[in-house]
Ligand binder design. Structure first.
Ligand code: 5GP
Ligand code: ZN
Length: 115
């Protein structure tokens, strides 16, 4: 989608530190990491948020959460001690980029409740 920064990352029109890529999704390091490990896992297809997902996206979301996130957590060395997956959604959810993304955070103890 034009003017979407994450679509531009998918298209490699703007650079990112990619840590994973397949036909359906990419993962890259967050520009402003909030933990020693902080990557964003996003569908290549532009979907605005969790709220914009449809029945047709079931396999895509399952792929990201069942296949990619656990594999990445292992690859990035946070699977054993634990990690957090966050999908900020909408204004009060703190979503600043309107292209669905799952934050994968780890490498330190997470606090609860989140800020
Ligand atoms: P949100 O606030 O929408 O949940 O998360 C958006 C995330 O994208 C933020 O953590 C922010 O640091 C990250 N981000 C925004 N623009 C860029 C960018 O151009 N490159 C990368 N790698 N991360 C970005
Ligand atoms: Zn997009």
């Amino acid at each position: 989608m034009a003017d979407c920064i994450f679509c531009k990352i998918v298209q490699k029109e703007i650079p990112s530190q990619l840590v994973y890529e397949d036909e359906q999704c990419v993962a890259f390091k967050d520009l402003e990491p909030q933990a020693p490990v902080h990557v964003l896992v996003i569908p290549k297809k532009h979907v605005e948020s969790l709220l914009a997902l449809t029945d047709a996206d079931r396999d895509l979301v399952a792929h990201i959460l069942v296949d990619v996130v656990p594999q990445l957590a292992k690859k990035l060395g946070v699977a054993e001690k634990g990690f957090r997956v966050v999908a900020n959604t909408g204004e009060e959810g703190g979503q600043s980029v309107k292209h669905l993304h799952f934050h994968l955070l780890g490498g330190r103890s997470m606090q609860w409740p989140p800020g």
